[in-house]
Ligand binder design. Structure first.
Ligand code: FES
Length: 184
């Protein structure tokens, strides 16, 4: 698994492209004060705009809250749901809570790795899937559970998971084809 620090460095090199920082200013201005106690909700809102936390946006937050880089990245690395690199189109949250784990969540993880070469925290090379683990998703009766994008899937097994992911892949391909046809 790539560490968040390494991800940040990758991202800094990749992130020479311009991003529109206006939404970050708007988010920061909409909090009652520039207090560090709002750091997490601010980060969540910034991620809501970009799907991850671009370093340039994080730097603005650091200046506004007068916090160091170590402080803010310390917080980011503590919360796996805060992302320092752009995730794939679909985030797979594989439940690693006790019920799901005893029913083989780790075997599902291995299967995903075998086919998509990703471990938790990673994104496949086509940028379609990002794999994360989650603690109990709240439906242990249907263990093992996973969220794929906004969809919940229960009583999955390694083969069923691959079939599901294959269906998302197909859907993505047909969306791309439809876009190409409309732009022609
Ligand atoms: S442990 Fe996975 S849903 Fe509860």
């Amino acid at each position: 698994m790539e560490t968040k620090e390494a991800e940040v460095m990758d991202q800094e090199t990749a992130e020479e492209e311009e991003i529109d920082l206006a939404p970050v200013h708007e988010i920061l201005d909409n909090f009652p004060s520039k207090s560090r106690r709002y750091m997490i909700p601010m980060l969540q809102k910034i991620q809501g705009v970009y799907r991850y936390l671009p370093d340039k946006a994080v730097r603005l937050l650091m200046e506004a809250l007068e916090v160091t880089r170590a402080e803010v990245y310390g917080v980011i690395s503590f919360y796996p749901q805060l992302l320092t690199t752009e995730p794939g189109k679909y985030i797979i949250k594989l439940c690693f809570g006790t019920a799901c784990f005893v029913k083989g969540a780790n075997i599902i993880e291995d299967k995903i790795h075998e086919h998509y070469h990703i471990r938790p925290g990673g994104t496949d090379e086509t940028k379609l899937f990002t794999l994360q683990t989650a603690s109990c998703l709240g439906n242990c009766g249907a263990a093992p559970m996973a969220l794929i994008g906004d969809d919940t899937h229960g009583t999955i097994d390694p083969e069923a998971t691959l079939e599901l992911l294959g269906a998302y892949k197909l859907e993505d391909e047909s969306e791309e084809q439809a876009e190409e046809t409309t732009s022609e």
